[in-house]
Write a new protein. Structure first.
Length: 318
């Protein structure tokens, strides 16, 4: 059975939906009526045509801003463990180090200014932090984990000594590099290595604009995905980072345009166009239908009667 294509667009603006994660504004529910309930629908495809997304999210956010710190003061018999929470925001390496030292001073019991006890600089050649302490003011310092561990280049527990040492990896202040547009109900046949199977990711968008700019995405490949569901009356759009965390847009709005391709069955009752119907002959006005031969009249169909002979007349004529 043949099909024909019916193209639609779905315009989504975050302010028109129902927010599910407050000021983060990255999980929004939308509601429509009878979007995929047509009986002649063979299958449907969906894809992201374009998107306008503000770069209002931060490099340091609620998912990568904590660090477990263990330290020991001189003449103290025990170590103290505390958690440092970095202020959310966008940082360069220089102001990251300055803010980190200020917060380290606040969460520890060091009596001397932090700049005289802990030294952190950036190696411009390798991009790694150089960290050391002055044993006069701080007997030991170690970083034991936390969501900011990889941001600072740490891989395992890092113990600081009097000699400047570096973590194995460079400091990473790139922030979010890719945005995934997902949905709870728009199920497709796309794959994701995180789940090792089908995912509800509609597309991924690279972050190619600087902080406080805007991402203008356009689907130049025109990729559409076959839907695994037949009901789209209510669905949620979620924007996440590479690790699947909801992005914090800090209350800023975004817009997305979806393309919906409806493949419908072609009607089989007639192949005539409207023009064919208008131009077909009319049986009532065009006279009787011709046949292969002339019709015989009703009289010719009746058998002929034989004439009765007049016996007296025939006798006289003899």
């Amino acid at each position: 059975m043949t099909t024909f294509l019916d193209k639609r667009i779905i315009n989504l603006y975050s302010a028109n939906g129902t927010l599910f994660n407050g000021n983060l504004n990255s999980r929004v529910q939308f509601q429509f009526t009878d979007m995929l309930h047509d009986k002649d629908l063979a299958f449907a495809e969906i894809g992201v045509i374009n998107a306008e997304i503000p770069v209002s999210f931060y490099v340091i956010n609620e998912y990568n801003n904590t660090l477990t710190v263990e330290y020991q003061l001189p003449l103290e018999p025990l170590t103290t463990t505390t958690t440092l929470t970095m202020t959310k925001g966008n940082y360069t390496a220089t102001n990251f180090i300055t803010t980190f030292l200020t917060l380290l001073e606040q969460v520890t019991s060091i009596t001397t200014p932090i700049e005289t006890a802990v030294f952190i600089t950036l190696d411009r050649n390798t991009g790694r932090l150089l960290i050391s302490i002055d044993a006069t003011f701080l007997a030991s310092l170690a970083f034991r984990g936390g969501s900011m561990f990889s941001i600072m280049g740490f891989v395992a527990d890092f113990v600081v000594s009097g000699t400047a040492t570096s973590p194995p990896n460079p400091i990473n202040l790139l922030g979010i590099n890719k945005i995934s547009i997902k949905s709870d109900r728009i199920a497709t046949y796309n794959y994701d290595s995180a789940v090792q199977g089908f995912s509800n990711t509609l597309t991924t968008i690279e972050v190619d604009s600087p902080p406080y700019g805007i991402i203008l995405y356009k689907n130049t490949s025109l990729v559409y995905n076959i839907l695994r569901v037949r009901d789209l009356d209510i669905f949620t759009i979620e924007l996440t980072d590479e690790k699947g965390n909801p992005i914090d847009f800090n209350g800023q709005e975004w817009s997305i345009t979806l393309g919906l391709n409806l493949h419908r069955f072609t009607p089989t009752n007639t192949n005539k166009t409207f023009r064919d119907i208008l131009t077909q002959p009319n049986k009532e006005t065009n006279g009787p239908k011709e046949t292969n031969g002339p019709k015989e009249s009703k009289e010719s169909e009746k058998p002929k009667k034989e004439k009765k002979k007049d016996n007296d007349l025939e006798l006289l004529m003899r």
